[in-house]
Design a protein around this ligand. Structure first.
Ligand code: ADP
Length: 395
């Protein structure tokens, strides 16, 4: 509890852009977020005065971050579960708790649990040797998807294998390096969807509409909210699936459920995240309550906010660092983007530019998804590259 205002302090492990934007939401609730950052240059550490510099794998650093805070929460899932168990035993309100969080840390634990719950996941198997991949492919067919069980993100830790030769060239090396592996059927995708919701310790839940996430080479480039052309029934079924998972796992805070939609209209769960998520960045400009505020409300056991949309459509386009880093500076690119698209809501993360790195995003709301998507893409690409990909010229 902050003495002067009587309002709570939330501590977040991780100093990335998700913590930075959670701090932004904390300000409106009269708070400021405490972050545990690896160093003072991280996106969130630049903006909140309440920074604990330390490692998320160090129990003492976690203790320092949690001291006096109402709740401890996360901008990534890399804190070892045994450390979190210790904090819980010491009385820290860890949200989500380690038992729930395991399902966002370990792809096999998640798939086994969802299978037990009768929820849909692609066929999968653990991999302890190359022969396990071959046996799986003999049953389900090539190609298959090999995944690191822990630690992957943005498609790192995912390998598409087309043949026994590719398996032989990939699997032994990874196993020797100590990477725990699993194999999964390569699903025929119509597209990828996501549902984000918040759940409080009291058990209140509030779900955002089902969105489409556009992925290029394992990286999310755009989110279309709500998912275009999805029937009300299918959207609600996905939202109910996510609510069931949140309840069954006892999630507190945000839960993002990444889904595959198959050509016959079924959905399968691909991934869970228990923190603010790229697939809900649209909500800060496209919904009554943004996901960052919703996460704070949930971990503080406040009543949750309305997830209603403010316009028929919101599109989020990620700003991925240009390749090569462009000659024009970021200030000039921002200037031109704002000049052409005054309706664009720009969110930059305070990160140095590197090719392909997520350095920001743009949200645009409107009525027609194709038109809004085109503008959001142009704005984000200009921020990244300094080029107008439609050939537009101001002169
Ligand atoms: P990460 O944890 O690195 O985000 P994901 O498991 O989400 O990795 O996979 C990254 C991307 O790879 C997905 O968004 C999807 O496009 C593709 N992918 C992953 N698993 C499968 C699968 N079983 N079938 C088809 N495509 C897949």
């Amino acid at each position: 509890m902050e003495e002067r205002t009587g309002l709570p302090v939330v501590a977040m492990v991780g100093g990335g852009q998700l913590a930075r934007m959670t701090h932004q939401a904390a300000i409106a609730l009269g708070q400021s977020l405490r972050v545990l950052a690896l160093n003072a240059d991280e996106p969130a550490a630049q903006v909140t005065p309440d920074v604990v510099v330390g490692d998320h794998r160090d129990l003492d650093a976690l203790r320092r971050a949690a001291a006096g805070a109402e709740a401890l929460t996360f901008d990534h899932e890399h804190v070892p579960g045994d450390l979190l168990e210790k904090l819980v035993a010491e009385g820290v309100a860890v949200h989500p708790g380690p038992e729930a969080l395991r399902h966002a840390q370990d792809k096999l634990v998640m798939r086994r649990r969802l299978t037990e719950l009768g929820e849909p996941v692609p066929p999968f198997a653990p991999v302890e040797a190359t022969a396990d991949v071959e046996a799986f492919a003999a049953e389900h067919g090539w190609p298959v998807v090999l995944k690191a069980v822990r630690g992957g993100y943005d498609g790192r830790g995912v390998w598409m294998l087309d043949s026994p030769d590719e398996a032989a060239a990939t699997v032994p090396e990874l196993l020797e390096a100590g990477t725990p592996l699993m194999v999964e059927q390569k699903v025929a995708l119509r597209r990828e969807l996501a549902v984000v919701l918040a759940r409080s310790p009291y058990g209140q839940a509030a779900v955002y509409p089902t969105v489409e996430t556009v992925q290029v080479e394992g990286i999310c480039t755009e989110v279309l909210a709500p998912a275009p052309g999805l029937s009300d029934e299918a959207g609600e079924a996905a939202e109910e699936l996510a609510l069931r998972i949140a309840g069954a796992l006892g999630v507190v805070g945000l839960l993002a459920v990444e889904l595959f939609e198959t050509p016959d209209g079924r959905v399968l769960v691909n991934e869970l995240a228990m923190r603010p998520h790229n697939s809900a960045h649209w909500s800060t400009d496209g919904a009554v309550t943004g996901q960052f505020e919703q996460h704070l409300r949930a971990v503080l056991d406040y009543p949750l906010g309305s997830t209603a949309t403010v316009r028929p459509v919101c599109v989020m386009a990620n700003v991925l660092g240009g390749d090569p880093v462009p000659a024009t500076g970021p200030d000039e690119r921002l200037h031109h983007t704002l000049a052409r698209f005054p309706e664009a809501r720009v969110h930059l993360y305070g990160k140095a530019e590197r090719p392909g790195r997520k350095i920001g995003h743009v949200n645009i709301t409107g009525d027609d998804v194709d038109d809004v998507r085109r503008r959001a893409r142009l704005a984000a690409d200009h921020l990244a590259t300094g080029l107008w990909t439609d050939g537009w010229s101001a002169h």
